[in-house]
Design a protein around this ligand. Structure first.
Ligand code: PSU
Ligand code: MN
Length: 302
């Protein structure tokens, strides 16, 4: 896709000086967390990328304008906007939002698309979308985007609100490498180990960077995933999460929630049911992923 992009000054500076840039998504700001945690976390992620020596670029659509590198004031406006007033933008939504001059926060799929348009090829997020449990035809556009847009995504796996084995199957079909970062099994967002084996894993940043360089040299036409487990001191247990998730999904079904509303609804229920413990895990893994993506981006440039 071709966009008329507006760059933040910090991102332009980074481009001029050849500093590596890490894109950040914003659906987590508008739909994933409440104020002020959402703003604090978005800013902490930016700080973690900077500390690693890279430049953060939070991506969004503001009044119809795609922005690469939102300012703190712009992030604050997203963070404080009433729920529902800023659209969750995935691939299907670009033309409508831009055409009507509306604002949108970007999902993983949409962040990949705008990042590619801005020639940024690495990005950090919390968890990717996937195949929904009990709804095998509700496949997140994130998975299809990973199959066709060459951006490396650093995440904490996917939440077990999803059908993780089916999610892995779709990624395999799409030709997406999933690389464990310091783990042999797929992490499941709040928990460190889903029990699902990964095809590849790396021990550290330098091995990860080596794969990124090769993926660039190969001119890969698909995305790549690095899966980083949530930091140990904030991880939740599998047993505890399984009960909570079953309740949350049943609740969504009972309330007739479907389509793009499913993920935000279930995530909100999970936070409610874990009394904030999941929020702490969520914040910790987002910051950790931003740091990891920054370090990989810097190492891959050498
Ligand atoms: N998973 C999370 N937190 C999130 C999302 C997913 O743990 O905030 C968001 C991401 O922006 C992701 C999107 O790209 O939800 C997927 O939505 P859907 O399943 O409707 O494609
Ligand atoms: Mn969906």
């Amino acid at each position: 896709m071709k966009f008329d992009l507006q760059f933040g000054a910090h991102v332009l500076d980074a481009k001029m000086s050849g500093q590596p840039i890490v894109a950040l998504e914003t659906t987590v700001v508008t739909h994933g967390m409440d104020y002020p945690h959402n703003l604090e976390t978005a800013l902490a992620m930016e700080a973690a990328v900077r500390e690693a020596g890279a430049c953060p670029a939070s991506l969004g659509i503001i009044d119809g304008q795609p922005v690469i590198g939102m300012s703190e004031a712009e992030l604050k406006a997203f963070a404080q906007a009433p729920r529902g007033s800023i659209a969750k933008c995935s691939r299907r939504d670009f033309a409508a939002l831009i055409g009507l001059g509306k604002s949108g926060s970007l999902t993983v799929a949409a962040t990949m698309i705008l990042a590619q348009a801005a020639q940024i090829d690495i990005f950090a997020t919390g968890g990717i979308g996937g195949v929904h449990r009990g709804h095998p035809f509700d496949v997140s556009a994130d998975l299809l985007e990973l199959g066709k847009t060459p951006v490396t995504v650093v995440c904490a796996g996917a939440k077990s609100i999803l059908d993780l084995p089916l999610t892995m199957e779709v990624l395999e079909t799409q030709g997406v490498p999933v690389v464990g970062f310091g783990c042999e099994n797929l992490p499941a967002f709040y928990t460190r180990d889903s029990g699902i084996g990964l095809p590849h894993s790396v021990a550290d940043t330098s091995e990860a960077a080596s794969i990124v360089r090769t993926w660039r040299d190969l001119k890969s036409e698909n995305g790549m995933l690095f899966a980083v487990p949530v930091p140990e001191d904030r991880a939740l247990s599998n047993d505890e999460m399984e009960k909570v998730i079953e309740t949350a999904i049943a609740d969504a079904d009972d309330n007739g929630i479907h389509g793009a509303a499913v993920t935000p609804f279930v995530l909100g229920k999970v936070v409610e049911l874990t009394q904030g413990k999941s929020l702490e895990a969520n914040i910790a893994l987002l910051i950790n992923n931003a740091k990891t993506a920054g370090e990989i981006a810097v190492a891959a440039q050498k």
